[in-house]
Structure formats: structure tokens, C-alpha cells
Design a binder for this molecule. Structure first.
Ligand code: PGA
Length: 247
């Protein structure tokens, strides 16, 4: 697979003002060079976005959000609009994370609607897919993945997919290299054949840390990772970023 590497930090609902500021300073102090082939994307919770968009000025850090509403504005108490996400400089939006699918009953159709709005505003949606442990054990996972791809992905578009098996998220478990390769190959051929997708970026997420990141990415030849827990640990994210940029 040619092209770019995306290292996406999903901070989830973590870090207060002081800790977020500290972590951004620590990452900026790594003085990572601007590298057109690597994108260091940080996705904080919404209330941190205005602060972080200021703090990252002049650095190579790219801002993203963890979600947005499917409409531009309106009577949607408690939701956040893509318009503001864009105004604060976000370039990526994570869509359809399994925690949102589970906690807010987000459907594949809703995810496609959100992804289309994100694209309409000129940002890139990162569409999350992945099976449960039950589905993997039942050997239903390719069916689950194909339904998710079919219903979430708009045809003829550039697409960023994050494959995050639900059982790997926050569990310390990761699929084998062969298991990731199987999903990657399945996803690429499905999207080319069924969706005529233009450019496909394939990420893996679920218990990625500094010890397994390079093994996973180099042995599967994927485009990077969506990193949760390890992305808010200074030493972990530092190791992943410095080795990626300087090796
Ligand atoms: P994790 O989370 O790295 O903590 O497993 C990844 C994610 O949920 O995006």
C-alpha cells in the first residue's frame, strides 16, 4: 500500500485543561519535522478543541474531533456542529467509534450521514468499523465488516477506515498480524469492487502501544493507527512519534 501514515490520538473523555496543555507542550517539544508523509492527528474532547487549536499553531500537529452531529445546526441540545469543528481548525473527524455505536445507538446509516456532512465541509471522516468478540467467535466477522462498509461508506469517495475490533479496545488484546491482514485485504477489495473508492487509507485501532505499534504497522503494511489509552501517556506517544518521524 503506498502513501501516508496517520497516527491518530483518540484522547476520548480524558485530560483536564492543565493535563491537556502539558501533553501538547510535551509533544510539541519533540520538535517533529513537518513530514508530508506522516500525519500526527490529535482528537481531544470538544471543550478542549479551542485551547488546543491555539497551542498547536506552528507545530506539525493536526487537530481532529471525536464526533459531530449529522446536521449543521438546529435544536439538538448537547450536540456539537461540524461548522465549529471546522472553524477551530480540525481536519479529521472520528465517526462511528464503537463507544458511540454502543452508548448512543449510532447506526451505520447515521454514520454515513455524518461522514457525508464532514466531507461536505472539506474535512476527512475516519470511519470506525469492527466486530464484537461474539461475532468473531461465531466466525461472522466478515459479514459484519461487509455490512458496516456497505452501509457506512459513500461510493466514489476517498475513505479513511479504522478497523477497531471491539474486543481489542482497552483490553490489552490485539488481533494477530494475519487477522489484521485478513480484514485489510477484505476491506480494500470490498471498497474497490463495491464502492469504487478513490483512495483508501486503512488504520488499525485497539490496544495499540509503543511496543506493538511498529510490529503491527510494518508487518501489515497499513497506513497507521487509531490510538486510545497510549495516546494520553506521554512516554508511550512520544516513543511512537519519535520513532516514526526520525527512523
Ligand atoms: P485503546 O482505544 O487504544 O485504548 O484500545 C482505541 C480506541 O478506542 O480508539
Amino acid at each position: 500500500m503506498p502513501q501516508d501514515t496517520l497516527i491518530v490520538s483518540n484522547w476520548k473523555m480524558n485530560l483536564n485543561l492543565i493535563d491537556a496543555k502539558k501533553l501538547i507542550h510535551q509533544i510539541s517539544n519533540l520538535a517533529l519535522p513537518i513530514n508530508k508523509k506522516i500525519k500526527n492527528v490529535i482528537c481531544p474532547q470538544f471543550l478542549l478543541i479551542p485551547l488546543i487549536s491555539k497551542l498547536i499553531e506552528g507545530t506539525e500537529i493536526i487537530l481532529g474531533s471525536q464526533d459531530c452531529h449529522q446536521k449543521i445546526n438546529g435544536s439538538f441540545t448537547g450536540d456539537s456542529s461540524i461548522e465549529l469543528v471546522k472553524e477551530f481548525g480540525c481536519k479529521f473527524v472520528i465517526i462511528g467509534h464503537s463507544e458511540r455505536r454502543k452508548n448512543y445507538n449510532e447506526s451505520n446509516n447515521l454514520i454515513r450521514e455524518k461522514a457525508n456532512l464532514v466531507r461536505k465541509f472539506g474535512l476527512s471522516p475516519i470511519i470506525c468499523i469492527g466486530e464484537s468478540l461474539y461475532e468473531r467467535k461465531k466466525k461472522d466477522f466478515l459479514q459484519v465488516i461487509s455490512t458496516q462498509l456497505n452501509e457506512c461508506v459513500e461510493p466514489k469517495e476517498e475513505v479513511v477506515i479504522a478497523y477497531e475490533p471491539i474486543w481489542a479496545i482497552g483490553s490489552g488484546l490485539t488481533p494477530t498480524i494475519d487477522e489484521i491482514l485478513e480484514i485489510k485485504n477484505f476491506t480494500l477489495s470490498f471498497l474497490k469492487k463495491e464502492k469504487d473508492s478513490k483512495k483508501i487509507t486503512f488504520l488499525y485501532g485497539g490496544s495499540v502501544d509503543s511496543k506493538n505499534y511498529f510490529n503491527i504497522v510494518s508487518n501489515t503494511n497499513i497506513n497507521g493507527a487509531l490510538i486510545g489509552g497510549a495516546s494520553i501517556k506521554k512516554d508511550e506517544i512520544k516513543k511512537i512519534l519519535t520513532k516514526s518521524y526520525f527512523n
